[in-house]
Design a protein around this ligand. Structure first.
Ligand SMILES: NC(=O)c1ccc[n+]([C@@H]2O[C@H](COP(=O)([O-])OP(=O)(O)OC[C@H]3O[C@@H](n4cnc5c(N)ncnc54)[C@H](O)[C@@H]3O)[C@@H](O)[C@H]2O)c1
Length: 248
C-alpha cells in the first residue's frame, strides 16, 4: 500500500518544477493524479509519464476554469481528496519599479488562484468525506525581500488564507486539513529564471548561494506527508523548508 493509496490529487502548475515532482511523488505512493497548467504541451508530457494521470489546461485566475477542472476531476475519478495550489510566477522589481499590472498579475495567479481552488475544491472534499489542501507559499511571504513586493504579498496572503480555511473546516466539522509549505530556494525553471534575470549582487541571492539550493523532491516529500494520513493532526500550519534561511 502506498502512503496516499487511492487518493485523488489535483495539482496546479503541474507541468514544471515543484508541481511536476509532486505529481510524480504522489503517484508513486498510489494517488490518482490530475495535473493542470497553462503550459499545455509540457503538462501533457508530464501526465503521459504518470500511469493514469490526466492533464487539463487551466489558468488558475479563471473562476469558470476552476469549476470546470474540479468537475472533470470528480467525473473522471469519482472524488477529490488532495488539492495542491502550486501554480506561480515571479516578476523581479522593487515597489518603485514594479508596474501595477505586474503586481496584479502575480497576486491574481498565486493568491486569487489559491482562493478559487480552495473555494471550489472544498464542497467536493466534504462530499467525499474529507481531504487535504496544500498551498505553496514561500519564504518570500515570511521575510522581507525588496525585489519581490507582489510575490511577497501573494505568498504572505497564502499563509493567512490557509489559516482561515483550516479554522473554517474545524468549525464546520469537516475532515479537511489545510496547510502551507514555504520553500526556500529550490532548483526549478523559476529559480533558473531568477538567476538569469537578477544581478549577481541582488539582495537575497548571496544568502541563497551560501546556503545552497534544495531539490524539488525536498518539497514534494513534504507535500506527500501533508497529503497522507500521517499528518492527520496537522492543520493551519506552515512547513518552512529552507535550510534555515529565514531564521538567520
Ligand atoms: N523554486 C523555488 O525556489 C520556490 C521557492 C518558494 C516557492 N516556490 C513556489 O513553488 C511553486 C512552483 O514553482 P516552481 O519553482 O516549480 O516554478 P515553475 O516555473 O517551474 O512552475 C510553475 C508552474 O506554474 C504554472 N503557471 C503559471 N501561471 C499559471 C496560471 N495562471 N495558471 C496555471 N498555471 C500557471 C507555470 O506554467 C509553471 O508550470 C510556485 O508557486 C512558486 O512560487 C518556488
Amino acid at each position: 500500500m502506498g502512503r496516499v493509496e487511492g487518493k485523488v490529487a489535483l495539482i496546479t502548475g503541474g507541468a514544471s518544477g515543484l508541481g511536476a515532482e509532486t505529481a510524480r511523488t504522489l503517484a508513486r505512493e498510489g494517488a490518482k493524479i490530475v495535473i493542470t497548467d497553462v503550459q499545455e504541451e509540457l503538462g501533457q508530457k508530464v501526465a503521459a509519464e504518470i500511469p493514469g494521470a490526466l492533464f487539463f489546461k487551466h489558468d488558475v485566475r479563471s473562476e469558470e476554469q476552476w469549476q470546470d477542472v474540479v468537475a472533470k476531476t470528480v467525473a473522471a475519478f469519482g472524488k477529490l481528496d488532495v488539492l495542491v495550489n502550486n501554480a506561480g510566477v515571479v516578476r523581479f522589481a522593487t515597489v518603485e519599479d514594479l508596474s501595477y499590472a505586474d503586481y496584479k498579475f502575480q497576486v491574481e495567479i498565486m493568491l486569487d488562484g489559491t482562493f478559487l481552488g480552495c473555494k471550489y475544491a472544498l464542497p467536493k472534499m466534504t462530499k467525499g468525506g474529507g481531504g487535504s489542501i496544500i498551498n505553496i507559499s514561500s519564504i518570500g511571504g515570511i521575510k522581507g525581500l525588496s525585489v519581490i513586493p507582489a510575490y511577497a504579498a501573494a505568498k504572505g496572503g497564502i499563509i493567512s488564507i490557509t489559516r482561515s480555511i483550516a479554522v473554517h473546516c474545524q468549525e464546520q466539522g469537516y475532515a479537511i486539513r489545510c496547510n502551507a509549505i514555504a520553500p526556500g530556494g529550490i532548483e526549478t525553471p523559476m529559480t533558473a529564471q531568477a538567476v538569469s534575470e537578477l544581478a549577481a549582487d541582488a539582495p537575497g541571492l548571496e544568502q541563497n548561494r551560501n546556503l545552497g539550493m534544495g531539490q524539488p523532491s525536498d518539497i514534494a516529500n513534504a507535500a506527500l506527508y501533508l497529503a497522507s494520513e500521517e499528518s492527520r493532526f496537522m492543520t493551519g500550519a506552515v512547513m518552512v523548508i529552507d535550510n534555515a534561511e529565514t531564521i538567520r
